[in-house]
Design a protein around this ligand. Structure first.
Ligand code: ZN
Length: 320
């Protein structure tokens, strides 16, 4: 008899209690989003900062311990500079696919909110959690935004309604570099104020030969990407001499071990590099960034404040 009552309890009551908790949890989450949305038009803009410029260089599959002088001398030296933010311990999403991580970098929320859980992008909620570009475009459509990517799902799924120029045809890393030069030097087809770039061949090399600073192919691919980054920084330095006020980021989605990045518990996978540089801005010291901090940092740098974003984001600005 007691056993029977116990079984009825287990079969009927426990699922009901669980269901009640789930309803409360998801109900609250939905209410939170609606609460945030009431602020969608409350923007404050710092007129001394809104004309600043931003470049984000994304390098897919950058394992932190490959940041070495002999492999990528330009970026290695950048990381040693004073007055920059650099960490090899940047925390990636608990879900270590590329899709969730690039989505968190671009939206400023963790994957439980933007709901991208793999590279299919099925179920994504960019309507409630839009990329940071949307907040910028909402303030001024005169700000030119562009995204040049090797891995096209970013422009197909994450940014198609967010960025002025986001071509979707598949291009390799050397063409990414050429197109970035066309934009920055020749303003073709526009002169970008906010530019996102994505190099994918380090990840592809990792999947084929192994993600490791001891694998020749991984090292030589990173060395080649380092020369693209060097070229891009030289262009930005010239623009600074012309009086333009640029901040530069180097970011990645995950590390890797063996030929995969599926082991979310392995620090060679769940940590990667994160770098920010500006001639005068001071960055937080002794802070370990995560994927949701990029968006907040960019809006802060541009002097854009919006309680809807503040209400939704999981990140903080790394600017002091
Ligand atoms: Zn990958």
């Amino acid at each position: 008899m007691i056993l029977q009552i116990y079984l009825i309890y287990m079969k009927k009551i426990v699922p009901l209690i669980l269901l009640a908790f789930l309803c409360i949890y998801y109900g609250c989450k939905k209410d939170q989003v609606l609460d945030c949305n009431q602020y969608s038009n409350d923007f404050t803009v710092d007129s001394t900062k809104i004309s600043r410029k931003v470049i984000i260089i994304g390098i897919d599959g950058f394992r932190s311990d490959a940041m070495q002088q002999s492999i990528c001398p330009f970026m290695y030296n950048l990381s040693l500079n004073n007055n920059v933010y650099y960490t090899p311990n940047h925390i990636v999403e608990g879900d270590t696919y590329s899709g969730p991580n690039w989505s968190s970098l671009l939206t400023g929320v963790h994957y439980d909110k933007h709901s991208v859980t793999d590279n299919s992008f099925v179920g994504s909620d960019y309507t409630q959690y839009p990329p940071f570009f949307n907040y910028i475009e909402k303030i001024s459509s005169n700000i030119n935004t562009a995204s040049i990517v090797n891995w096209t799902p970013i422009n197909e799924f994450t940014l198609p309604n967010s960025v002025d120029y986001a071509p979707q045809e598949s291009i390799n890393d050397s063409i990414v570099f050429e197109e970035v030069k066309e934009l920055l030097i020749n303003s073709n087809p526009l002169s970008p104020d906010i530019l996102f770039i994505h190099f994918d061949e380090l990840d592809a090399t990792g999947h084929t030969y192994g993600f490791s600073p001891f694998i020749e192919e991984y090292k030589s691919t990173l060395n080649r990407i380092d020369s693209y980054v060097n070229g891009i920084f030289n262009i930005i330095e010239n623009k600074r001499l012309d009086g333009e006020d640029w901040i530069c980021f180097i970011v990645s989605d995950h590390g890797g071990v063996g030929t995969s990045h599926g082991d979310a518990n392995n620090p060679k996978v769940n940590k990667t590099i994160f770098y920010a540089q500006h001639p005068t801005v001071e960055f937080k010291a002794n802070y370990t960034s995560n994927q949701t901090d990029l968006a907040a940092t960019i809006l802060n740098f541009l002097g854009i404040s919006n309680p809807e974003f503040d209400c939704k984001t999981d990140g903080i600005s790394i600017i002091e």
